[in-house]
Design a protein around this ligand. Structure first.
Ligand SMILES: [Zn+2]
Ligand SMILES: [Zn+2]
Length: 127
């Protein structure tokens, strides 16, 4: 019994298909292809992580972004105290805090040092 595989177009023994539509070699290739696609870049993972955090606070996620993107736009100075930071010490500060209805998007994000970022969020919590 032969069957034509729709992917490679080759007539093959039906045993190679099992209950699937495509032959076994094609299935293998396809799963490798999908695995490749599922592998997310670190940037994508960072975007997802920050978006999840925003959603947890019920903040609308308008455009996901990474810290790198904000640094490229604004540079490495804390926007509050102007201290020069490194990519590692820089943190993302939401100008309008997410807990105050701010949006998660690059327009609402600035580079701040950890100290300013924490002081600012403390201030908001004490209102
Ligand atoms: Zn095939
Ligand atoms: Zn600062």
């Amino acid at each position: 019994m032969l069957r034509t595989c729709p992917l490679c177009g080759i007539e093959k023994n039906i045993k190679l298909f099992g209950s699937r539509a495509v032959c076994r070699p094609c299935r293998k290739e396809k799963s490798q292809y999908f695995r490749f696609w599922k592998k997310k870049t670190p940037q994508e993972r960072e975007k997802n992580r920050m978006s999840r955090r925003a959603r947890k606070l019920n903040a609308p996620v308008i455009i996901p972004f990474t810290k790198r993107e904000i640094i490229n736009r604004d540079g490495l100075n804390c926007y509050i105290c102007k201290t020069l930071l490194t990519e590692r010490t820089a943190t993302i500060d939401h100008v309008i805090p997410l807990s105050r209805g701010g949006f998660h998007c690059p327009n609402n994000a600035k580079i701040a040092c950890l100290k300013c970022n924490q002081e600012k969020s403390n201030k908001y919590e004490n209102y």
